[in-house]
Design a protein around this ligand. Structure first.
Ligand SMILES: [Zn+2]
Length: 328
């Protein structure tokens, strides 16, 4: 990485720390990272093998968050839940298991909001709930298996990154690029093969130094298998981000936000600038813009007391509920 603070790299907390804010992280991906030698003030890092779905553990983590805010006076805490990602992969997005997990997530959001209220943090704390992707059901017929494609051989390949869902990265051997490209190009109706420079610009892969000369991606539902089938997930993500099932949620509530506002869908890359604005720090160079989320924020003179604190909703997917935090 290049040393910029990016929330996607998990370095955001360390960056805040370096700008004088007290930060915490619970199970957030990248929580082990150091930024310019500095760590977050407080963190819990999950062990390598960890059950992400334990509801009691989720509530304990919420209690820890409340304690860090009220006793240790932290300014920012990132709290991560590995669900409904795990159950979505394992059982598929339409499964009962995943639907039950959504209910568990919903109860947990309710618990979080209840604890924020009880602890007196509500007038000062801005809460953002979001994730990094949706989930698509994996189609198990007419699968893409690269090894079986006519005239394709792994002997022509120097480096491969396959079996990670709908994306594939290939470095053909010296002089083999055109050949590999032509044998893969129209090999499967759901498989798209591009030379790096021809990859659709909207994916931000074309010409990127970390992207390989050949890039593969598949249509929603189809995953790319390499030498053997080693990937048996029933749900997957990483498909075209224009597909509705890849879209995620964004909800925000707190003193900085207008109430009951529903906004148009926006790209998550813009969340970073919003976090910086809320925390009053200077963003590092980034690809998003505050302009996208600014309409959600209250004007400084608008104190907006009272009301029933409706959260914002960017309407980008999921079942909409009148009061999404209600729980029994
Ligand atoms: Zn996942």
């Amino acid at each position: 990485m290049d040393g910029h603070c990016q929330e996607s790299s998990g370095k955001f907390m360390e960056c805040l720390h370096s700008q004088g804010l007290k930060t915490g992280s619970i199970y957030f991906p990248g929580g082990r990272a150091k930024y310019q030698g500095e760590e977050v003030n407080k963190k819990l890092v999950e062990p390598p093998v960890f059950n992400y779905s334990n509801e009691t553990n989720w509530r304990q983590n919420i209690d820890t968050v409340i304690e860090w805010f009220t006793v240790d006076n932290l300014d920012f805490i990132a709290l991560y839940f590995g669900e409904p990602d795990s159950s979505g992969h394992k059982y598929g997005p339409e499964s009962t298991q995943r639907k039950n997990m959504i209910k568990q997530v919903d109860r947990t959001v309710g618990y979080l909001r209840q604890r924020i209220q009880e602890s007196g943090l509500e007038p000062n704390l801005n809460l953002i709930i979001t994730s990094d992707h949706g989930m698509e059901t994996v189609i198990k017929t007419n699968e893409i298996l690269i090894r079986t494609i006519n005239n394709f051989t792994f002997k022509d390949i120097d480096f491969e990154l396959l079996d990670y869902g709908p994306n594939g990265l290939l470095v053909p051997k010296e002089g083999k690029l055109e050949h590999v490209y032509s044998v893969l190009k129209n090999a499967h109706p759901k498989l798209h093969v591009y030379k790096k420079e021809e990859f659709p610009k909207r994916f931000h892969y074309a010409n990127h130094p970390r992207i390989t000369p050949l890039v593969l991606y598949s249509d929603p539902g189809y995953v790319i298998h390499g030498r053997f089938k080693v990937q048996f997930n029933k749900g997957e993500h990483g498909f075209d981000n224009e597909a509705m099932n890849m879209k995620t949620i964004f909800r925000a509530v707190g003193p900085a936000f207008k109430k009951g506002l529903v906004v148009e869908p926006f790209e998550s890359v813009n969340v970073y600038a919003l976090l910086c604005e809320l925390l009053g720090i200077t963003p590092e160079p980034h690809d998003g813009s505050l302009e996208v989320t600014k309409p959600m924020l209250r004007e400084p003179e608008d104190t907006g007391s009272g009301g029933d604190n409706e959260p914002e909703d960017n309407g980008s997917g999921g079942e909409h509920r009148e009061k999404w935090w209600d729980w029994e």
